[in-house]
Design a protein around this ligand. Structure first.
Ligand code: ROI
Length: 170
């Protein structure tokens, strides 16, 4: 299937995060006009933002898709809704969060969507899983991912699962 490589960040810290990540991967695998290509290791990470919430599980998935960015966002939001994501507290806990990190080399700035994801450069729970998938990736701003990973701190981040343990038969 022809399509662009799209990196998607997964995060969960409620209601059995391992199960949430597995379910989200099953649903990502069923996206129209798309193929699930690879998964990073799964990490436990201390919460960024309010500290009175459980640790997160974070991972990054790579898909190939011919959906346009806004349509993909709508699909990801419907997966979040199927997994009962409730938006209450800003930066509060959630069953599943699916963020479009990179969409090929596209830059997107609309009301609903900013790509690359504006906070990804500062988040070790995004950079390090992306590096698992593609250590030679150059970001749309020309910076090698490797440099950001070398500059980043691994504090609060611990690999706890291998991709095959989460992908099952996908
Ligand atoms: N903190 C961690 N460790 N992982 C996340 O996925 C995450 N997601 C968020 C906020 C609340 C900012 N903190 C997070 O949205």
């Amino acid at each position: 299937m022809p399509g662009l490589p799209v990196y998607i960040g997964l995060g969960s810290n409620l209601e059995d995060p391992s199960r949430q990540i597995r379910q989200a991967l099953e649903l990502l695998n069923e996206l129209p006009q798309s193929r699930l290509c690879s998964l990073s290791r799964v990490y436990q990470s201390s919460p960024l933002g309010p500290e009175n919430q459980p640790d997160y599980l974070n991972a990054v998935a790579l898909i190939s898709t011919s959906l346009p960015p806004e349509k993909l966002l709508t699909c990801l939001q419907s997966i979040e809704q199927r997994q009962h994501r409730v938006r209450t507290v800003h930066w509060g806990p959630r069953t599943i969060d699916l963020d479009i990190l990179l969409f090929g080399n596209k830059q997107v700035h609309t009301d609903r969507l900013t790509i690359p994801h504006p906070q990804m450069y500062q988040r070790n729970f995004v950079l390090i899983p992306m590096f698992d998938i593609n250590p030679d990736l150059t970001l749309p701003n020309g910076k090698p991912l490797r440099d950001l990973v070398n500059e980043s701190d691994r504090k609060g981040l611990k690999p706890i699962g291998e991709p095959y343990e989460y992908l099952g038969n996908l």
